[in-house]
Design a protein. Structure first.
Length: 159
């Protein structure tokens, strides 16, 4: 029995689960129709602008944060120098969005995800640049925000 996981197997499994979180149901992690894209596709700009409670942020801010996170971790995996980051800026800046802004935000999320997939598919050696840890962090982080967004929209629609 081998003590190591083949890089190809790890990459294939990771990509399948990432794909499910973002877009395509595979029956691994989520119920049909609950991916990030499916969830966001059913949210209006008005709902995306709302916060479920006074001390929380808008759904739009969560989406902008996911885009930022994908960018930072993708650049890290690619070997870029990241430098200082202001993680709180998005939470303070993003709130109310128009329909056009909401459409743009969802489009930018899809573009950033496609960019990240290209980076991940280009990895030859998963032992460099913390590729394993960063890719698992992307998966967990995005799934966490998906859960928050799904809970928020449920609460917003009930009020």
């Amino acid at each position: 029995m081998s003590e190591t996981i083949k890089q190809e197997l790890f990459a294939a499994e990771l990509m399948e689960i990432l794909e499910e979180v973002f877009d395509t149901h595979h029956g691994v992690l989520l119920d049909e129709g609950t991916s990030l894209y499916a969830t966001l596709g059913g949210i209006t700009a008005e709902e995306a602008s709302a916060a479920i409670a006074e001390e929380t942020v808008s759904i739009a801010a969560h989406v902008e944060h996911v885009i930022f996170y994908l960018d930072v971790l993708g650049r890290h995996i690619a070997g870029d120098e990241i430098g200082e980051l202001d993680w709180s800026e998005i939470w303070e800046r993003v709130g109310v969005v128009t329909k056009a802004e909401w459409d743009d935000l969802r489009g930018r999320l899809q573009a950033k995800y496609r960019w990240l997939v290209e980076i991940l598919e280009g990895i030859d050696d998963w032992q460099t640049n913390d590729a394993v840890g960063a890719s698992i962090a992307i998966l967990a982080h995005t799934a966490c925000h998906l859960g928050v967004i799904r809970q928020a929209v449920t609460g917003i629609r009930r009020s």
